[in-house]
Write a protein that binds this ligand. Structure first.
Ligand code: ATP
Length: 235
């Protein structure tokens, strides 16, 4: 059984039919990427999974449970972390406070401290800046903080929306290295990217989305070699 499964998901924004029957599977331990151009429905897919926007039709199951109608908060508690596009950290809070917010349901101080220590192992840069306000950090540091915050609840799956957006190439490399490292240590990852080349290089499998529909799904290596994909997304 897949860890996460979307079956025939339809999502609307008012009259706009944003997802038109999406079916996606993510197995435990995989990195799966959703690629597609602007407005294809990648972000909407992640938002629908975490209940921020509702599917009008279809079914989403996670870890054996039907989560289609669950509240966002409860979905997060089940182990789905969503790191949204545009690194929405709390600008006025320090690095430490941002991380503590990520562990919103954890009461035990010890567990929070362990989470922060774990975050600092992946992101040593954050440790040096523990008391700095989030909003004064560079774009790359803010992205690291956003991912670190997502990890605070020890999720079973990490959903990353365009983690490379707006970052210098060296930082893009770093972010993808971290994705690889997290996965090597067992984290399941659903990665939305416009940077298809990089995303497919770290993923096991990928789905190509166009105007709310999956037009292609395959092993990442095969998508990378696919002439249609190369022309449309890797040029
Ligand atoms: P991008 O890479 O540009 O973020 P995307 O593939 O993530 O693109 P979505 O953000 O999921 O695309 O958008 C899918 C479609 O839904 C687009 O046509 C978009 O205009 C529309 N849409 C997204 N959010 C809303 C909203 N809040 N209200 C109305 N329409 C929306």
């Amino acid at each position: 059984m897949p860890l996460l499964e979307l079956q025939n998901i339809h999502t609307y924004y008012g009259g706009i039919h944003a997802l038109k029957g999406m079916s996606i599977e993510v197995n435990e331990g995989e990195v799966v990427t959703l690629i597609g151009s602007n407005g294809a429905g990648k972000s909407t897919t992640l938002k629908t999974i975490c209940g921020q926007t509702r599917a009008r039709e279809g079914r989403i199951t996670f870890d054996g449970k039907d989560i289609t109608q669950m509240r966002t908060h409860d979905i997060a508690l089940l182990g789905i972390a969503h790191v949204p596009e545009g690194r929405r950290i709390f600008p006025k809070l320090t690095v430490r406070e941002n991380l503590e917010m990520g562990a919103f349901s954890v009461k035990d101080k010890q567990i929070i401290e362990e989470g922060i220590e774990r975050a600092f192992r992946y992101f040593p840069r954050l440790k040096e800046r523990i008391d700095q306000k989030g909003g004064t950090m560079s774009g790359g540091e803010q992205q690291m903080l956003a991912i670190a915050r997502g990890l605070m609840m020890k999720p079973k799956i990490l959903m990353l929306d365009e983690p490379s957006m707006g970052l210098a190439p060296i930082l893009v490399e770093q972010i993808f290295d971290i994705v690889t490292e997290l996965n090597r240590e067992g984290m399941t990852i659903l990665l939305v990217e416009q940077n298809a080349n990089q995303a497919l290089s770290v993923a096991n499998r990928g789905y190509v989305i166009q105007t709310g529909e999956i037009i292609l799904k395959d092993d990442a290596q095969d998508l990378l070699a696919n002439p249609q994909v190369r022309e449309a997304y890797l040029a």
